[in-house]
Write a protein that binds this ligand. Structure first.
Ligand SMILES: Cc1cc2nc3c(=O)[nH]c(=O)nc-3n(C[C@H](O)[C@H](O)[C@H](O)COP(=O)(O)OP(=O)(O)OC[C@H]3O[C@@H](n4cnc5c(N)ncnc54)[C@H](O)[C@@H]3O)c2cc1C
Ligand SMILES: *[C@@H]1O[C@H](CO)[C@@H](O)[C@H](O)[C@H]1NC(C)=O
Ligand SMILES: *[C@@H]1O[C@H](CO)[C@@H](O)[C@H](O)[C@H]1NC(C)=O
Ligand SMILES: *[C@@H]1O[C@H](CO)[C@@H](O)[C@H](O)[C@H]1NC(C)=O
Ligand SMILES: *[C@@H]1O[C@H](CO)[C@@H](O)[C@H](O)[C@H]1NC(C)=O
Ligand SMILES: *[C@@H]1O[C@H](CO)[C@@H](O)[C@H](O)[C@H]1NC(C)=O
Ligand SMILES: *[C@@H]1O[C@H](CO)[C@@H](O)[C@H](O)[C@H]1NC(C)=O
Ligand SMILES: *[C@@H]1O[C@H](CO)[C@@H](O)[C@H](O)[C@H]1NC(C)=O
Ligand SMILES: *[C@@H]1O[C@H](CO)[C@@H](O)[C@H](O)[C@H]1NC(C)=O
Ligand SMILES: *[C@@H]1O[C@H](CO)[C@@H](O)[C@H](O)[C@H]1NC(C)=O
Ligand SMILES: *[C@@H]1O[C@H](CO)[C@@H](O)[C@H](O)[C@H]1NC(C)=O
Length: 608
């Protein structure tokens, strides 16, 4: 039992401690490698080492880091998620780089700050073969340097970046191969699979599968990468039917921080295989390849939608809108058991003008967007009308107080529906911090409607009362995840097996131009005081989806990992004994303090 205070430990072990380092090195540490050492690393990986040069450097006088891209291009494309994927160092949400180098007037920009690399990885491995990753990680872990992994950089909580780290960029692992009869290790069976390099995004994986007339379970947005989505669970258009993305994996190939290449499946490295199927990206090693189950392409996809809001600025209308939302939400299990997925998005105050209203309505407004696989437009129309009837007829004389609008349903081919259009997602370059929960039948349908309404009202509170906020139910659970056979289930938080919806909300007013660390802390404490208690009252025993959740929640271990936490921690320690890989809310991350302000990653004594 180690009872020393961290400061004493660090003094005692400064020069010699290898087994238990108290911090990760930074360029200020005496042990930081010299430029000659870095050159030697570069030579040993065929010249694939990049010294970090922020792409927005061209927006600062003299282009201090020699960005090859001109500033007007950077500024124009900064809000596109796909743009950040294309650059070795760039991530979607720069607050997690301490806003180290953002274009003028974009979120997080402040004049005093200038452009630097203090909040970014110092070097990046532009890996094209596994040996680059193995050599570089072994080198860095022996030198007590933090390692981070970037696929696309889409992570909503900055888990693909890190100050003073060596970053492994998987972008160029883009191979795909369809195999109709792949022998599943350890089972006397073959499977139709798509073998994918981890640097693919869902757009390229869908395209490859489609060429063989198959579909794979991935994200809704084609610019999202395989690496982070699969390892944290992963939902999309097909998940309510076939289970999560992490439920489709037959094998992964992974490089550990000590440079070993491991194939993990049902016959070898089973513990690791289990961990990477839902137990977190960027924690156990770098996945270079996934073997994914494929499915038949749905013959058609029908889309339908309806929206509703308060008809008048009266108390009766306000009440009608909340009642309608509650009725709609209570219907989620039934809708999904009928084969529908999609989402229900609720807005308050000025955010509700997103519905195209000329002024903010009272109460809550919502858009219900439904998707039906193998469904015709007329079947979808019938489903939408059935739902509309629930909110207009069930409750007394709701309909005079509620305005409801339908769009007639359409159907189209699966391919035209998922067709990758990379420049559609433009939510990047902003601040990102949300909070979420997985909700099952018990939380949605089996509670008194009045309780449900109260929870929804509490969950839709916003820190700035005038601006309102949003809350989204993603209808991505249901029978798919529930019916996944046990031999395909990894370590994803078990709440997914009984969840119908993944609900997330925003609402904290985060000061984008303030000190990043302080701003995130303030946002997190507002969520902790206002929103997390709602989930804890409403759904005390479910869990939350790690990719779209609040990593700073005081109950993150239970929320994101549930009963799997301790086992995952053991596996993490086995495969990353040097603790080179740290991510926020990763297993064992409470043993470290990742300080955006100093850029230092130091060991702390956990509170419990
Ligand atoms: C525009 C947008 C749309 C989204 N849509 C969906 C959606 O439809 N469904 C859904 O489930 N989620 C969605 N998300 C959330 C998404 O799942 C997360 O952002 C996820 O982190 C993305 O993974 P990535 O590999 O693309 O991103 P990165 O930021 O590159 O990586 C995310 C995490 O995974 C780790 N990682 C990545 N690759 C590897 C690897 N090869 N080996 C080891 N670790 C790795 C990183 O270290 C990091 O911790 C969306 C996010 C955005 C920004
Ligand atoms: C690594 O070597 C390549 C090829 O010589 C060179 O282009 C690159 O700049 C080097 N990287 C670093 C960090 O020195
Ligand atoms: C920036 O580069 C693009 C080509 O990538 C070019 O079309 C544009 O004129 C350049 N803008 C400036 C201001 O140099
Ligand atoms: C990464 O390596 C590939 C393959 O060698 C090369 O085409 C690409 O330009 C490199 N990217 C960067 C940013 O250096
Ligand atoms: C494997 O499965 C096939 C048919 O599914 C069967 O004929 C064969 O006996 C099985 N082999 C073993 C070793 O179980
Ligand atoms: C859709 O229909 C096709 C053809 O009948 C079938 O192969 C596929 O499994 C169905 N998909 C879904 C999601 O129902
Ligand atoms: C509700 O619908 C009625 C009838 O179309 C319309 O007059 C009224 O302006 C609408 N109310 C709102 C708030 O949109
Ligand atoms: C509407 O509700 C508010 C408080 O919620 C109350 O003060 C007001 O009297 C109500 N108005 C009417 C007309 O009932
Ligand atoms: C919600 O559904 C709408 C309509 O189908 C769709 O355009 C949107 O992308 C969905 N949003 C999310 C976050 O899934
Ligand atoms: C945000 O932080 C900056 C820097 O600390 C401060 O000047 C500014 O007043 C803050 N803005 C708000 C809205 O709190
Ligand atoms: C982070 O930004 C703050 C100012 O907002 C600055 O004082 C601090 O030095 C920066 N730290 C790093 C590591 O970039």
């Amino acid at each position: 039992m180690l009872l020393l205070k961290p400061t004493l430990v660090s003094l005692a072990f400064t020069a010699t401690a290898w087994a238990r380092r108290e911090w990760k090195n930074s360029p200020d540490s005496p042990a930081w490698p010299s430029s000659e050492d870095w050159l030697a690393l570069n030579r040993s990986i065929g010249g694939h080492l990049i010294k970090t040069a922020p792409v927005a450097s061209s927006c600062y006088p003299g282009n201090p880091f020699n960005s090859p891209e001109n500033c007007s291009d950077v500024t124009d494309k900064w809000s596109y998620a796909a743009y950040h994927s294309a650059w070795p160092e760039s991530i979607d949400y720069p607050i997690y780089t301490n806003n180290s180098c953002v274009p003028k007037d974009s979120t997080g920009y402040s004049k005093e700050k200038g452009c630097n690399v203090d909040g970014l990885p110092r070097y990046i491995v532009n890996a094209t073969i596994e040996a680059h990753i193995a050599t570089a990680m072994n080198w860095a872990s022996q030198r007590n340097i933090r390692i981070v992994v970037k696929g696309t950089g889409h992570d909503l909580n900055g888990r693909s970046t890190g100050a003073n780290a060596l970053s492994i960029w998987t972008h160029n692992f883009k191979h795909t191969k369809h195999v109709r009869r792949w022998n599943v290790p350890g089972r006397n069976e073959t499977a139709d699979v798509l073998i994918c390099g981890s640097g693919n995004n869902w757009g390229s994986a869908y395209s490859a599968a489609h060429k063989s007339n198959r579909a794979v379970v991935g994200g809704e947005d084609p610019t999202v990468g395989l690496g982070g989505l699969i390892q944290n669970g992963g939902h999309g258009f097909l998940s309510s039917h076939y289970g999560l993305a992490s439920d489709q994996v037959y094998q992964v190939t992974l490089i550990t921080t000590d440079g070993k290449r491991l194939v993990a499946n049902d016959m070898q490295n089973q513990d690791l295989f289990w961990a990477v199927r839902g137990g977190g990206g960027g924690q156990y090693g770098v996945v270079t390849e996934f073997v994914l189950k494929t499915h038949p392409i749905p013959q058609s996809v029908a889309k339908g939608s309806l929206s509703f809001w308060a008809a008048e600025s009266t108390n009766a209308s306000e009440k009608a809108s909340w009642d309608a939302l509650s009725d709609m939400v209570a219907s989620i299990p039934e809708i999904m058991d009928d084969g529908l997925n999609g989402n229900i998005t609720a807005y308050t105050k000025t955010r509700a003008m997103a519905l195209g209203l000329s002024k903010a309505p009272v109460g809550v407004a919502a858009v219900v967007g439904l998707v039906g696989l193998n469904m015709s437009a007329s079947q979808m129309d019938a489903a939408v009308h059935k739902l509309a009837a629930k909110i207009t007829d069930l409750n007394h004389d709701q309909h005079s107080h509620l305005n409801v609008s339908y769009q007639s349903a359409t159907d189209q081919s699966y391919w035209s529906f998922v067709k990758p259009e990379p420049l559609t997602s433009n939510s990047a370059g902003a601040v990102s911090l949300m909070t979420s929960r997985l909700m099952g039948r018990r939380e949605l349908s089996d509670i008194p409607r009045s309780d449900l309404k109260t929870y929804l009202q509490r969950a839709l509170v916003s820190e700035n009362p005038d601006s309102g906020t949003m809350l989204l139910f993603g209808l991505q659970g249901g029978r798919g995840p529930a019916d996944v056979p046990s031999n395909m289930r990894g370590s994803v938080v078990p709440a997914w097996r009984s969840a119908y919806a993944h609900v997330f909300t925003l609402g904290a007013s985060i000061n984008a131009t303030g000190d990043a660390s302080e701003s995130l802390k303030a946002g997190a404490s507002w969520y902790e005081a206002v929103k997390e208690p709602v989930w804890r009252d409403w759904a005390p025993n479910t869990g939350a989806y790690m990719n779209e959740g609040n990593p700073f929640s005081s109950t993150w271990k239970k929320d994101f990992y549930g009963v799997n936490y301790d086992k995952l921690l053991t596996i993490k320690r086995k495969y990353d004994p040097s603790e080179s890989l740290f991510v926020w809310s990763g297993v064992g991350s409470d043993l470290w303090n990742n300080d955006l302000n100093t850029g230092l990653l130091c060991r702390v004594t956990p509170e419990n």
